[in-house]
Design a protein around this ligand. Sequence first.
Ligand SMILES: [Zn+2]
Length: 275
Amino acid sequence: MSVHQLTIGDIECAVLQEGAAFMDRESVIARYPNVEPADVAAALGDSEPSGSLNLLYINSGGTRILADVGFGADGPAGMGGTLKGLAELRLSPAEIDIVFLTHFHSDHIAGFFTPAGEPVYGNAIFVTMQAEWDEWMGRWAASGAEADQENLARFKAQQDRFQFVSAGDEIAPGVTVVDLIGHTLGHAGLLVESGGERLLHVVDLLHQHFQFANIDWHFSFDTDSVQAVQTRRRVLQQCVDEEILTLFYHLDFPGLGKVTREGGAFVWNPTEFKS
Ligand SMILES: [Zn+2]
């Protein structure tokens, strides 16, 4: 099953699984530069690494929002589930009103364009943080890689359709932008709030279960590792204090659950669903 539907008050939501098995064990173990690989391996234990890609779809009062777009139809094998998930919800990409880009890593944005370079979500406005746009336009401009130059040209061609938001901005009724900077310089999540219920999408605040107990481990894909640790500590503590339903992009599908704290360690409690 690649779609998990839920409601937050009056707001319809769904988690769409773009794909699973995104990272293998060896590459996970190599991605924590301030930790001995043996310690990462021990923290991982016998369990497989998390590798899901969980996208959040929101319908707030008829405004249809997709947070990130995954790899899309032409991504690696096993990816492309977002478009299938939308079809299961009887939606076409043309019916999405807002594409919210949490950050510009390829597992979140590669499905933004068709092979011809046209936006897949052709009627949507595109929303992201200004700092995120600035980081990637700069990084791609400085890169000689063909794929980066292509991204630079394609995104710049769509610049007029982008709306740049700040933390606290409401992009639709009950849907608010949340600051998660560190993983990238404009990494952002969404808080969905209606009828006394809340869902916090924290995207790439962390990538593996063992990071709950080791929040100061740097992750090689974090642009600002020190800021990322501070943000992890702050947001995970907020999740504990407010007992809020939380969504992680890369934890096992659907990536929903609650964070608790036992002594110095945060603990992930995935919501159990009947299959
Ligand atoms: Zn990611």
